[in-house]
Each structure stands twice: as C-alpha cells, then as structure tokens.
Design a protein around this ligand. Structure first.
Ligand code: NAP
Length: 505
C-alpha cells in the first residue's frame, strides 16, 4: 500500500508495506547507511524478526560516516533529506551540515531499535544463492543464511585516487577527502585541493580565511548553481516541534519541488525550456559574480550546465576572489615533496594536499563476490557495465534487491525519497514470497535486455551524455543513470509489472 501526496505535479511517496504472514523469512541487509537503515526499519515495522544488518565498519551512516571534511553539507534541503517516517524539527539550517546528518541517521537507527540487529565489523566476502536461499559469508568467517538479501551498499564509497606522477612523494599530509585524518589542523597552513566537484568546492568555501592560503587545482571548470542557506532560529525550531505542518510545508515547498521537477525534466530533455532556464541561471551567476574577466573565462565550462553533476554553492565564486585563494587552471605535471608543479613549470609550495578527486562510482556492492543461480558471477554479468532491471534486481540473482543500484535515479534531489520509493516496489515483490506464491523472484533475461536497450538509448540523449566527463558515465561513455523523468520513476515504482519476473517455486 502506498500513500501519495501531490504537490504541484510532483508526487511524493510515503510508505510501502504489506501484511506479513510468514515471519520465518530471513533477511540480510548489507550496509547501515541511509538505505540500509531504511530497509531494516521497514522490515522490522512489517513484523519480520529475522532481520540482520551487516556493516563493515563500526558505525552507521554510510556516506555521512565516511565523509568528515570541513564544510560538508547536503545540498538538498534538510527537511526533504529526511525519511518520511522520521521528520526532524531540529535541523539547524535549511541545508544541514554533514555531522548533523550523520547524527540524524544514528538517532533513527537507535529509535527504531536497529542497533540490536546490526552486526558491526562484518565486511562481506561473498554471497551465494543455492536451493532458493542465500548464504552470506563475512571476512570474519561468520556465515548468515537468508531468504532475501538487500544490498544497501551505496554508490560513492570507493575513493578514486588521481593518477598523477609523484603522488606518493609529497612530504606533508596528503589524503582523499573521504579519508579525513583525525585531528588534522589546517589553520594557517598552505592547503592545496585537487578537484572541483561538489566536494572540492565545499572544501574551498570552508577553508578560505582559515588556511594561510588555499590553492584550488581545477582540471575542468564547473557550472555553479547558486543556492541559499540559512540557519533556523531557536524560535523556528520550537515552532517546527509544535506544529509538524510547518516542517511539511518546507518538505513539500512548491518552489523546491518545482525546481526538482524542472531539473528532472531538463535532464531527460536537454532541448527543453527547463534546461535553458538552468543554463541561464548558471551563466548569469558566473557573469555577475566574477569581476575579473580573465578569471571568469578560466572558470567558464565549455560543456553544458548539468552535464557533470551540478555543483551547488552559496559562496564559491566569492571565495575564489579572495586574495588568499587561488584557482590554478594549468594542468598538473607532478606532485613533489614540497608541493604541486604544473606543466608550465610553476611550483606551488604546500603544507597539506587534499585529493577531492571523487569515487569509483561503478563498484556498487563489489568487491563482494556475488554468485547467483548456477554459480553465475556478478563480476561477469557486470563486465561491460553494472546494470539492473529498474536499478533494483537482476536475472539469475533471485531475491537480491538493491537500493540505489546501477542505472538508478541520480540528480540533485533526495536519494532518501528515491530509496523509499524503491522500497515500496521491493515490498510488493516480498509480499509474493511472504504469501508463499513463490520462494524466490527475479526479472527474466528478456525483461532486463529490453529494459537496458531502452534505457541506454534514452540515457545517451540526456544532458549527462551531452559531451563532458563525469562519474555518471560508464566505461563506454553511456550515462549509468535513470534517463526519464522523476514522475516516470514514481510511476514505475508504484506497482511492479509482475509479468516481467520469473517466479521460482
Ligand atoms: P567528483 O564530482 O567526481 O569530482 C572529482 C574532481 O576531481 C573533478 O573536479 C575532477 O576533474 C577532479 N580530478 C579527478 N582526477 C583528477 C586528476 N588526476 N587531476 C586533476 N583533477 C582530477 O567528486 P566529488 O566532488 O567528491 O563529488 C562526487 C559526488 O558526491 C557529487 O557529484 C555528488 O553527487 C556527491 N556529493 C554531494 C554533496 C552534496 O552536497 N549533496 C557533497 C559532496 C559530494 P574533472 O572534472 O576534470 O574530471
């Protein structure tokens, strides 16, 4: 059953439940980030009591546990980046800082009793399907049997180290943005940052004025979408606590939802007026914000706005015009013990070097070895590109369901909402197993082949395929994304087409 709220043309999914009859079903959820907490909570809420969440580290929170760099915040409004079942009237600001989001997930896990079912320090080595059940083996040697496995392993969690000569020779601290060292002191230091995606840009904003000097190495310019952030006052938070409708008004705010709607329509149709509007906003932001015409041209991308994941920032352009911040657009030749040298021979002396160089976004649940029916290896199935029917399930891997899997929706909107909708879909498949209509279920080969054919054709036409490099692209340059509108996604998730699936008795 699902309840939907309509606001403008964008529908927001609320829940996905079924009445259970088979409490004996065993579930293993891999990962205790946003999606794993969601799956664990929904399964417990449905009444299943054989649910285990396996977490490789010692804490919940996924990407919000891994990323601890200064200036980290979520560019989705906090009240929209919140589970529908756990609104948070206490958010400190319109866009919440990373540590607060992490505490939110810890709090939800605690409130829903999930710490009782999470096994920490359990990194999965392999999972295999045989005789209609999964055997999951961790690196500690522990073995878990499950009827259903939910892979909630996230997308951006394997840091990509840059392939730059001399990387290992730097004399000072040098680390990836998602491997922030405890206690590192940057005040008064000469800090270099390589990479200007969302992470690098947030880092520059946070460190400017604290570091002695920030040198930002930019390989390709980024379009920057201006965004406003502001703290909520104590009085506002009191009001949120007293009246949940005030929180809902922000979550379902027409302007925000209109922007999400416009963005998803623009992505799928680069010739649309919606895309023209996004481009105009980014262009105007660049023209009006950067006073020096030379710097402006160095910051001007040659590809279309939103081709790479749009960077949202309230103040990056302001920061790069400070006298203690420099954007270096000359290519890096090498890293040396004392700093970075560009191909024109100029040396940039540094005390600390931060690599905001992104992630291997094609790994998903790998390196876990996943063996489906008849021993088929996921690694082989995904040799060309990771792919899954509606980003959720695959032939030969029955009862293995992914949240935020390959080809799933991406964009600048709440992945929590996406995962909740995906869960609504998965729960309807679980209902079949629960009622004993089958022991296991997976899409047919024909279903996935036809779906992928359609998806790839549409993906090439999206703005992500319009001619730039980005983590959205697979090894063949095809965007590994949901290529249709948000409404089309919501429609698909509302009710599975059961003819697409093979049921295993
Ligand atoms: P990213 O967007 O993949 O950016 C990586 C950056 O590193 C790019 O600027 C890239 O340059 C540069 N780079 C990589 N290798 C390089 C090399 N060898 N030499 C020079 N430059 C190199 O990674 P990210 O900034 O960590 O962001 C990843 C994603 O995380 C975002 O797109 C977003 O989805 C998510 N995120 C979200 C938020 C949020 O507020 N919600 C915050 C942070 C991150 P090129 O462009 O030239 O390749």
């Amino acid at each position: 059953m699902s309840r939907r709220i309509r606001s403008g043309t964008l529908s927001i999914h609320r829940t996905g439940r079924h009445n259970i009859t088979n409490k004996a079903l065993r579930f293993v959820v891999i990962g205790s980030g946003m999606a794993g907490i969601l799956a664990g909570m929904r399964l417990r809420e449905a009444g299943y009591d054989k649910v285990t969440i396996l977490e490789k580290t010692s804490a919940v929170g996924g990407t919000w546990r891994e990323n601890r760099y200064p200036g980290l915040y979520c560019d989705v409004p906090a009240h929209a980046y919140t589970y529908s079942f756990a609104p948070n009237p206490n958010w400190s600001s319109y866009l919440a800082p990373g540590p607060e989001i992490r505490r939110y997930f810890e709090d939800v896990a605690r409130r829903y009793g999930l710490y009782d079912i999470i096994r920490f320090g359990e990194e999965i080595a392999h999972c295999s399907f045989d005789n209609a059940r999964w055997t999951v083996v961790s690196k500690t040697g522990a073995k878990y049997e499950a009827d259903v496995v939910v892979a909630a392993t996230g997308v951006l969690h394997h840091p990509r180290m840059p392939d730059i000569a001399g990387l290992g020779t730097f004399a000072g601290p040098c680390f990836h943005s998602a491997r922030w060292p405890d206690g590192i002191q940057l005040d008064g230091k000469r800090v270099g940052i390589i990479g200007n995606g969302s992470t690098g840009v947030q880092l520059v904003s946070a460190l400017a004025g604290h570091a002695h000097r920030v040198t930002h190495f930019q390989r390709s310019p980024q379009w920057i979408m201006p965004v406003e952030n502001r703290p909520y006052t104590d009085e506002e938070r009191r009001a949120f606590r007293a009246d949940p409708a005030l929180v809902e008004a922000i979550r379902f705010d027409k302007t925000y939802l209109g922007n999400v709607q416009r963005f998803t329509e623009a992505i799928s149709d680069p010739a649309s007026p919606q895309m023209a509007m996004i481009e105009a906003i980014c262009q105007e932001h660049l023209e009006k914000s950067i006073a020096d015409p030379t710097l402006r041209e160095r910051l001007r991308p040659t590809y279309r706005a939103a081709c790479k994941r749009l960077v949202f920032s309230p103040d990056y352009f302001k920061m790069v015009q400070r006298p203690d911040v420099e954007v270096v657009t000359m290519r890096i030749r090498q890293i040396e013990p004392q700093g970075v040298r560009t191909i024109d021979g100029v040396a940039y002396p540094l005390d600390v070097l931060i690599l905001a160089t992104g992630f291997h976004a094609d790994r998903f649940m790998r390196p876990i070895g996943i063996y489906g029916r008849g021993g088929v290896r996921l690694e082989d199935v995904w040799a060309k590109r990771p792919h899954a029917y509606l980003a959720i399930s695959m032939p030969e891997f029955p009862n293995l369901f992914m949240l935020n899997g390959p080809g799933g929706p991406v964009g600048n909107f709440s992945l929590i909402d996406i995962a909740e909708r995906q869960w609504g879909y998965i729960s309807q498949l679980l209902a079949l197993i629960d009622r004993g209509e089958c022991r296991a279920i997976c899409p047919s080969h024909e279903t996935l082949a036809a779906y992928e054919k359609r998806r790839i054709i549409a993906a090439r036409r999206t703005i992500f395929g319009s001619g730039c490099s980005s983590w959205y692209l697979d090894a063949e340059g095809v965007p590994n994304t949901w290529p249709w509108s948000y409404d089309a996604f919501a429609e698909q998730m509302a009710k599975p087409d059961l003819t697409a699936f093979e049921r295993i008795a």
